[in-house]
Design a protein around this ligand. Structure first.
Ligand SMILES: Cc1cc2nc3c(=O)[nH]c(=O)nc-3n(C[C@H](O)[C@H](O)[C@H](O)COP(=O)(O)OP(=O)(O)OC[C@H]3O[C@@H](n4cnc5c(N)ncnc54)[C@H](O)[C@@H]3O)c2cc1C
Length: 366
């Protein structure tokens, strides 16, 4: 599906904003030297605590925080480039890191409980447990008001990076008021993983299903309290747009296709590179326009079209790489199968009811 152009198209220069930033260059150098060459191993063996330590050293655990917290206050364009670079080099590392990065951007600057301060300074890694709110009332974490705070209980369907976190950001719902309470919960006595998940994609992301057994959260650990309606409105921006990791993965696959000596394979990269660039430019411009308009469903159908188009592009490109590598592409030591599985994950990650509908309608020819 062709992505439509927004009224205020972003120039290629604006889309590539951040490329010359010294911090972005440093991340790119690290990604090429460390992440990319070990991506297959990381998928098999999992993201390690040492890797998180490297990200911390680089400043990637608080790149969005202000200088006051040792961060770099990176702007949207540079942040997008970093997501592209990390995801393109190692999708498993990206998934674990992205949960923390997204959450730290939402932490209140004051008053700041100790856990939030340590997350903002990059001292600790946070997990994100927010997607169950999408499935309310079928499935959700329950918040119950008690003196001085809240008690949170339920099964968190997906926690990437399990074993690497000190605390989790949990979004729970108080059913009687349909209030969404998002709070920092320490990992410990009240959190435990259930039976291991047998993941077909991003197997190295240490993603687990986690039981939250009556965890008490004091009021000062609550990041936000808002209506379910408002949460769903905000989620449109989280789930509705094609984002940096889509295009980072696409760039990696395009590069591997282009580096193949066979001219037939190179022709696939030549044909798709400008299409991917167009989808990326459109997706970013629409997302920026929606943010400037106050978020929510602003030009939602066009944004969903761009997201569907990016998923389609990834499916086609990764399929081409498997075809090009023939038998080798299906062995565990070939990146073709790694990228194809990562592309499958992109189809379900951040899937809201709207995203699901848009993808299926497209596949049905609607
Ligand atoms: C490997 C992996 C790691 C993840 N890591 C994290 C993480 O660290 N933190 C985090 O917060 N999330 C994480 N997620 C969650 C991810 O964002 C969710 O996959 C996404 O929100 C979709 O939820 P779901 O897969 O549980 O699907 P579901 O809850 O089954 O459905 C997704 C959407 O489709 C709608 N839907 C489902 N069935 C129907 C139907 N029959 N008719 C109409 N609508 C329907 C639902 O209402 C919902 O909006 C992870 C997911 C995976 C697969």
């Amino acid at each position: 599906m062709a992505a439509t152009s927004p009224t205020t198209p972003t120039s290629a220069q604006a889309v590539n904003a951040g490329d010359d930033h010294p911090f972005v260059r440093g991340v790119r150098e690290y990604a090429e030297r460390v992440l990319r060459p070990t991506a297959l191993r990381t998928d098999r063996e999992g993201v390690t605590a040492e890797r998180i330590g490297e990200l911390r050293e680089l400043g990637l655990l608080n790149h969005l925080a202000s200088a006051e917290h040792g961060g770099r206050s990176l702007d949207r364009g540079a942040d997008r480039r970093i997501h592209e670079i990390v995801a393109g080099a190692c999708f498993n590392t990206w998934l674990v890191w992205a949960q923390h990065a997204a959450v730290t951007a939402r932490l209140p600057r004051s008053p700041l409980p100790e856990t939030a301060r340590r997350a903002l300074t990059g001292e600790i890694l946070l997990g994100a447990c927010i997607s169950d709110v999408r499935a309310y009332p079928k499935r959700f974490i329950e918040a119950r008001r008690v003196g001085g705070g809240w008690v949170l209980s339920g099964t968190i369907s997906w926690v990437s990076g399990w074993g690497l976190h000190s605390a989790l950001t949990v979004a729970a719902v108080e059913p009687s008021t349909e209030t969404v309470v998002t709070a920092l919960v320490g990992v410990g006595a009240h959190t435990r993983a259930t039976a291991p998940l047998d993941l077909a994609a991003v197997a190295g992301s240490r993603t687990e299903r986690v039981l939250l057994e009556g965890a008490f959260v004091p009021d000062d650990h609550v990041i936000s309290r808002q209506t379910l309606e408002r949460t769903r409105f905000d989620d449109i921006a989280t789930a509705g747009d094609a984002r940096g990791h889509h295009f980072g993965l696409a760039e990696t696959v395009l590069r591997e296709l282009a580096e193949t000596p066979d001219p037939l394979v190179q022709a696939v990269a030549t044909a798709w590179r400008p299409r991917v660039a167009r989808i990326r430019e459109t997706a970013y411009a629409l997302a920026d326009e929606a943010a400037a308009a106050g978020g929510g469903p602003h030009r939602l159908q066009e944004r969903l079209d761009a997201k569907v188009a990016s998923g389609e592009a990834l499916a086609a490109l990764t399929r081409a790489l498997v075809v090009a590598r023939a038998g080798r592409g299906l062995t565990g030591d070939d990146t073709a199968q790694l990228h194809a599985r990562s592309a499958l994950f992109v189809l379900v990650q951040g899937q809201s009811a709207d995203v699901r509908r848009a993808q299926l309608a497209h596949l049905a020819g609607g």
